[in-house]
Design a protein around this ligand. Sequence first.
Ligand code: PLP
Length: 458
Amino acid sequence: MAIESSVPSNGSATNGQTTGKEVKYLPTEHYKPFFSKVENDLKLTPIRNLLPLEATPGVISLLAGKPNESMFPFTSISFTATSPHDLTKEVTGSVTPSNLTEALQYGPTAGLGRMNNWLVGLQERVHKRKMGEGWRTTVGVGSQDLVFKAVLMLLNHGDAILIESPAYAGMIPVFASLHCDQVEVETDSKGVNPESIRKLLDNWPAGKPKPKLLYTVPYGGNPAGMTTATERRREILVLAREHNFLILEDDPYYWMYYSDDERPPSYFQLELEQPEVGRVLRFDSFSKIISAGMRFGFASGPKAIIDAIDVQTGSSNLQPSSLIQAIVLALVEPWGYDGFETFTRNVSNFYKTKRDIFEKALRQHLGDVAEWSTPESGLFFWVKLVLKPHGDGESDSDDLISTKAFQNGVIALPGTVFLPNGRKSAYVRMAFSLLPEESVHEALKRLRDVIVKERGGL
Ligand SMILES: Cc1ncc(COP(=O)(O)O)c(C=O)c1O
């Protein structure tokens, strides 16, 4: 599969120079059995395929139907933004004239070279991964765009996948539409339980193809707010090797970590402890920290899979917005990686305060009719409603939340929508990110009224 790429990858099977220790990575052939029929059939469009050749010195291009930038009406783009070090202060930024030309024009399928270089530097710093270990990055229109494209390139109808339960409701319909066999993996307050995976796979029916992948949200899981503990991550990586599955690490909440304990390393980092790397496909998002409306996310992982994602991009939306990337770069390059990390710490502190305010209100209004664990990351409380006064039997929050709570002026998501196989659930997901304190109290008071009524008293 020919593919344009603005990101270097040495294509060899080991990397001894950059990390000091030899990092082996899985060869391209390893991924062949993972790819779907769509991946096998879809080819990069001829124009996108040839576009990188325009950069060949001395070549005159008559190739792409690029509009003439001189006719675009934008002549400058500048902005003010909060300082990464002090959210009460403002700094100014701008897209320089030469970067503006690039920003307004068609660009590389994987995103701007400068953008990918910055992201690679970030991954090297944050996840201790080095170039030359068989991975690269690609930019998407939010991380959802890239997760969606990845699963389309990996899964055929009927394929089994492992999915943490409860799971992000934004992906369950995608897996359902691909007619996947969504095999639920147990979770608790420490995240995904590797024992549950081991039991499932040790007892997997003979002759039935094993799951191709595990889908998990490792920090502040959506909806349950759990963060998978380091030792569990290690065990899951061992299982991925034993049973040959990929780990789709969908991590939009990575930068929002509230615990005083050291944060667990990502799967992408921890796989360096394995005999070889290449089983983790990581998705990052700037939605929760820089802007959700910008639609900026990126994937990091085995080159063969990232190439396949880019083939999808080349056929669907051609490329992520160059203008958005130019604005992101104009913001984060002057910050530097230090500034970026300082900024994300400030963002985390903000949400930690929001979480604490929400939890105090939860205790006040629902303390006697609900149970929950404090989320260490993310934006949600995952609250189990005690709908029967004696707590006996399995109850379901669906009608209460979807209908009665809404009629009483409060809206939230019932637990059942986060269960891949749509079972009943007594849980409700509540976002603590946005509301001012008075509205939190009002919302929880309204919810309490409905719960108490449903129980027929306390
Ligand atoms: C687990 C998870 N994955 C992906 C997304 C989508 O993120 P993005 O805005 O980067 O597309 C979300 C958004 O809420 C999410 O919670």
